[in-house]
Design a protein around this ligand. Structure first.
Ligand SMILES: [Zn+2]
Length: 395
């Protein structure tokens, strides 16, 4: 494989962002090159670092930055060269930097920074059961339990910053943190609502930018911490929860609108169709997240809402290859989930609730509703029809 020199658009981004980080948008040429090297030096490849035979001191990246300066002046991004070697942004240059802030240089740099944090953590025998002081030293987590937002991530485009990690030392249940992903409850400290809102905005920024985040859970022993690297796959403002999918390798790109509205699949063995790369990633917490997002967190048949006692139930069971589509699910309290799985009750295609003829009545089962018409969105017809037919055939 031949390495390619770092290409002009990237060099431009780096020059723009270094100049835009100053008040005046203006710096001496040597200072620009030094600052670019300070921030991005670790990203130069061996070819960028090669030297010219005729000029043994000068590296290729150093010389190529000079070439870009000239081209950027020609394009109106920098003031034309005027004797002394000072590089200065024009209004057009300032605008170009602002346009890049979201998906250009900032994201690239922040992605690289997070990758290095993760590598450093692995090098220090992480990510499981590490001392909290190590997380502080690596800037993975600093401050109070909640969402950690480094000051350096606050930019005009991301005024509340970009979340780097989520720490939950309080309530969370085994079914919400799995080996493949987790449901994380928005921080809710009544004493300072304003602060929470900005933290949640920072989580939204990480979600929107597709940047990796670190979810931190208690380790073993309890005073240590275990770090999971992943990305925020979805956020639910109504239920005040977000879904993290764990990933060690490269992060998939955000799903498109079409992918979000993927066709319903009742069973898992059907083709995946246009499911996005994101949704294909294994995440056992995803089903529960999507069920609560669709139907709320109260038991669909009795209204019970105690957190940790309501579960995401499959209509067509996993045993029968039932899919993890939320439309094949319902939130049910532990009792009604068990009663459903033991076929004591079922729903018909009109969403009416029925008890077994030779079993306990709905009243005995403490099912207070007669149908599911109270749900804002119903389960999928295919799922209900299938379980109803299966149930009928066992009577
Ligand atoms: Zn219930």
């Amino acid at each position: 494989m031949t390495l390619k020199l770092t290409q002009p658009p990237v060099l431009r981004q780096r020059i723009l962002s270094v100049l835009a980080s100053t008040e005046s948008g203006s710096l001496d040429a040597t200072e620009v090159k030094n600052r670019v090297n300070e921030i991005y030096g670790h990203l130069w490849n061996d070819r960028d670092r090669e030297k010219f035979l005729s000029r043994p001191v000068e590296t290729k990246w150093w010389s190529r930055l000079g070439t870009q300066h000239q081209r950027m002046s020609e394009d109106g991004l920098l003031e034309p060269h005027a004797g002394e070697d000072v590089w200065t942004l024009t209004p057009k240059g300032w605008a170009a930097d602002r346009a890049l802030t979201l998906d250009g240089y900032d994201r690239e740099r922040e992605l690289e920074r997070r990758q290095q944090m993760w590598q450093a953590l692995l090098y220090k025998d992480g990510p499981a059961n590490v001392e909290p002081s190590l997380l502080r030293a690596l800037e993975i987590f600093v401050g109070q339990p909640g969402i950690c937002v480094p000051a350096m991530t606050r930019t005009p485009a991301t005024p509340d910053g970009v979340a780097v990690s989520l720490l939950n030392t309080g309530k969370h249940y085994a079914d919400e943190v799995t080996a493949t992903g987790a449901i994380y409850h928005y921080p809710n400290t009544a004493r300072n609502g304003r602060h929470d809102e900005s933290e949640i905005n920072a989580a939204k920024a990480a979600f929107g930018l597709g940047l990796p985040v670190f979810l931190i859970t208690p380790g073993s022993p309890q005073n240590t911490r275990t770090v999971h690297r992943g990305y925020i796959e979805d956020m639910d403002d109504t239920q005040q929860v977000l879904l993290v999918t764990f990933a060690d390798g490269e992060l998939p790109s955000p799903p498109t609108k079409g992918e979000l509205e993927a066709a319903f699949k009742l069973t898992d063995d059907e083709a995946l169709g246009d499911y996005s790369l994101r949704k294909n990633r294994k995440n056992q917490a995803r089903f529960a997240f999507n069920v609560y997002k669709r139907y709320g967190t109260g038991c669909a048949v009795c209204g019970f809402t105690v957190q940790g006692l309501v579960q995401a139930a499959h209509l067509l069971s996993k045993k029968n290859n039932g899919s993890d589509d939320a439309r094949n699910g319902l939130p049910l309290c532990a009792n009604h989930h068990l009663a459903f799985d033991r076929h004591y009750w079922c729903i018909d295609p009109d969403l009416k609730i029925h008890a077994k003829n030779d079993g306990p009545t709905l009243e005995t089962l403490a099912i207070v509703r007669t149908d599911l018409s109270h749900l804002a969105l119903p389960p999928h017809d295919d799922a209900v029809t299938r379980i109803w037919n299966d149930w009928q055939s066992r009577r």
